[in-house]
Design a protein around this ligand. Structure first.
Ligand SMILES: [Zn+2]
Length: 103
């Protein structure tokens, strides 16, 4: 089975591309981050606001305030884990998405 490369559309200039240039849109240079980018929490904090790819929704979401977003994401995951723990048991596997998201 052949997998097509993921294509993205810049939220700023609507440029359609498969590869970014230095983590930026090749069209207008807007910083666009994908989950696999090895960014540290400190770097995200320094940036403050940026675009980030949301693979589940397949669209870019604008993070207006990283600190706030992180807390929000943490809360959501906590709730998710609390409810899922009841039905399927808490496993290390299920904790992984949180780490990948926050780094
Ligand atoms: Zn662009």
């Amino acid at each position: 089975m052949k997998t097509k490369p993921q294509r993205y559309q810049c939220p700023h200039c609507k440029w359609d591309f498969a590869l970014r240039k230095k983590r930026c849109c090749p069209g207008c240079g807007t910083l666009l981050l994908i989950g696999s980018d090895a960014f540290s929490d400190a770097e995200f904090t320094a940036l403050g606001s940026f675009w980030m790819w949301e693979p589940l929704k397949e669209r870019w979401v604008f993070i207006r305030d990283w600190e706030e977003h992180k807390q929000e994401a943490g809360r959501k995951f906590e709730e998710y884990f609390k409810s899922s723990r009841l039905s399927s048991g808490d496993t290390e596997e299920m904790r992984r998405p949180l780490r990948e998201w926050i780094h």
